[in-house]
Design a protein around this ligand. Structure first.
Ligand SMILES: [Zn+2]
Length: 397
């Protein structure tokens, strides 16, 4: 409506101008060499308008060709967008059948070997060949490396996967998945020294908790045969304390006590009592009594005290600790073993002792460790979780 009004106003102005020109035609004389043309202003304007119209008409075919070209480009662009949308939809909805159909159309729409073509194919139907090509293009090399690393890992070629990681990390230092993957593969390939360097890189990126960083560092130091440094890094890691105590007999007592203060464990108790093998059972009991006082009520504290009381033949003490344990916790193998020992040795009740021996078969092991990632329980410490393969995820229960 607005456009129509403007058009009407223009027509009106033009008509008024034409009328005015007719009333005031004037005279225009053009003289050039020997030629002279005398005409009116209106005729001159009409002539100019006429020539302009002719030029415009002559240009029409050119404009038409331009218009057709533009439409074709627009249509092609639209087709690209539609295909891209369909591909992304197939990926997001994990529609594999649609994905297979669409992957054959990619070459028609996107030029072969263009990074977009390769990226889309990699997302729809990954293959080593496509990842190799992606890794050769500067704009997609990281995606290419990631795919190749995953394939090598899947095929069990851990060394090849690590080589790729180390090549990629030279250029991409701050990519969280890459540094974590590199560390994991260095651990699996037992490259402890390099793993320690990668771990420092992870620390700088602040992508993991301080506790996990220390657990990992201590585990690597243990592998590098530096138990005391490992213990200094993570005194709560029983394995670090046990190995540090073994390597430093003079400091063993303080190392094990400190570790117990952090996290009591059956292995620490065993190592601690072993320090006093030459003492009498009663002296050992007194030592343990002092040790467990740091964690009263803890299930390992009950069992440790009961065990050393049984060895010192302090039957009443042992029974009290075992009763307290059984009232608070489920039956475990060491608890059942101690009960059987108590019934046999203290009360000479073979029948009752036999009952506890029977119960040992169904009792739970005394799980000491759990994986912080998958929850896998174990009675031994391991640097890599046997279930989910996470590095240094084993924590004391
Ligand atoms: Zn796990």
């Amino acid at each position: 409506m607005k456009k129509f009004l403007i058009f009407l106003i223009c027509i009106l102005i033009l008509s008024l101008f034409s009328l005015w020109l007719m009333e005031n035609p004037g005279t225009v004389v053009i003289s050039w060499i020997d030629y002279e043309i005398t005409t009116s202003m209106a005729a001159l304007i009409a002539f100019i308008v006429f020539i302009s119209v002719i030029i415009y008409i002559l240009r029409l075919p050119v404009l038409f060709i331009h218009f057709i070209k533009r439409s074709l480009v627009h249509q092609k662009q639209k087709n690209k967008e539609i295909l891209l949308q369909q591909i992304l939809n197939a990926i997001a909805s994990q529609d594999e059948q649609a994905g297979i159909k669409l992957s054959t159309r990619i070459d028609k729409i996107y030029s072969t070997n263009s990074s977009l073509n390769l990226l889309l194919k990699a997302l729809l139907k990954p293959s080593p060949d496509i990842y190799q090509k992606l890794s050769e293009l500067p704009e997609t090399e990281l995606a290419g490396f990631k795919g190749l690393i995953q394939i090598e890992q899947k095929n069990g070629n851990l060394e090849a996967a690590l080589t790729l990681c180390e090549k990629a990390i030279l250029k991409y230092k701050n990519i969280p998945w890459l540094v974590q993957e590199t560390l994991y593969l260095q651990v699996l390939n037992e490259k402890w020294e390099s793993a320690l360097n990668t771990l420092e890189q992870i620390k700088k990126l602040k992508i993991e908790s301080e506790q996990h960083y220390k657990n990992q560092k201590a585990t690597l130091l243990l592998k590098l045969n530096k138990p005391f440094e490992a213990y200094k890094t993570a005194p709560w890691l029983p394995q670090a304390a046990l190995e540090a105590a073994k390597a430093n007999p003079k400091k063993a007592e303080s190392i094990l006590t400190r570790a117990w203060e952090e996290t009591p464990s059956w292995e620490l108790y065993k190592a601690y009592t072993n320090l006093f093998q030459k003492e009498t059972p009663l002296v050992r009991y007194k030592k343990i009594e002092k040790l467990v006082s740091k964690h009263p009520g803890n299930k390992i504290s009950y069992l440790a005290l009961a065990d050393s009381a049984l060895q010192a033949k302090l039957w009443g003490q042992a029974k009290k600790e075992l009763d307290d344990y059984l009232a608070a916790y489920t039956l475990t193998v060491p608890a059942a073993t101690m009960m059987a020992f108590y019934e046999q040795e203290a009360r000479h009740d073979t029948k009752e002792a036999q009952k506890w021996i029977e119960q040992m078969k169904t009792a739970e092991p005394l799980y000491a460790f759990t994986c912080s990632k998958c929850g896998y329980k174990s009675d031994t410490w391991s640097p890599i979780c046997p279930k989910c393969s996470t590095f240094a995820s084993t924590e004391t229960l």
